[in-house]
Design a protein around this ligand. Structure first.
Ligand code: IMP
Length: 190
């Protein structure tokens, strides 16, 4: 039986990245993307559900014209280990052939999800395809994948907040953090 608090902040052991640090970095990334794609139009696709908050903040600091779409890929389920299998559960609706595409991810861990999605989109013949991730965990990589844009590099630890979950919890934290130890022992995972 889990002992979760009624307030999600109380289940947090350590804040890794504050709201202010994230806000500043997201604004920088938006400015960089606006410069790199000046004079072009962009299709910005985010990976559900984890990248939703990063995406919402990021696109508001991009000034070139964009269209948005989303894709859902089956990931870890409720454990912290990669299953290695990727399945598309919800596809994009926008035709991307001949378009400049930016794929927005929350975190790159083994790299399996993104390398699968990159290959999937490449087959649709976009004019260009780049990847942005809020967090990069390079030491956990199983396939070679270097993001075109990266917010922050983190160590090999499981982090939550700002869209990222553990067993579907903690997405609503406005910062990136590590939960208290008892959270990992929760037997009531969905
Ligand atoms: P990959 O295929 O191993 O790169 O896994 C990418 C996906 O795993 C991310 O989009 C997240 O949904 C999930 N993930 C990996 N590491 C973490 C973490 O530290 N916290 C929360 N989710 C994570």
């Amino acid at each position: 039986m889990a002992h979760f608090s009624h307030n999600v902040h109380e289940d947090i052991k350590k804040v890794l990245l504050t709201e202010e640090q994230i806000r500043k970095r997201v604004a920088e990334l938006g400015a960089q993307i606006s410069e790199d794609y000046a004079g072009k139009e962009l299709v910005v696709i985010f990976v559900l559900k984890g990248a939703s908050i990063f995406f919402a903040d990021l696109i508001r600091s991009i000034v070139v014209p964009i269209r948005i779409d989303s894709i859902a890929a089956a990931s870890y389920g409720n454990t912290t280990k990669s299953s290695g299998t990727v399945r598309i559960e919800k596809d994009i609706e926008t035709p991307i052939e001949g378009k400049h595409v930016l794929l927005v991810e929350d975190i790159i861990d083994t790299g399996l999800t993104l390398s699968y999605l990159k290959a999937y989109f490449e087959r649709q013949k976009p004019a260009s395809l780049r990847v942005i991730t809020l967090l990069d965990k390079p030491v956990a990589r199983k396939v070679q994948l270097i993001p075109d844009y990266n917010g922050f590099t983190v160590g090999n630890e499981f982090v939550v907040g700002y869209g990222l979950d553990y067993a579907q919890r903690f997405r609503n934290l406005p910062y990136i953090a590590i939960p208290k130890d008892y959270v990992w022992n929760d037997e009531e995972k969905e």
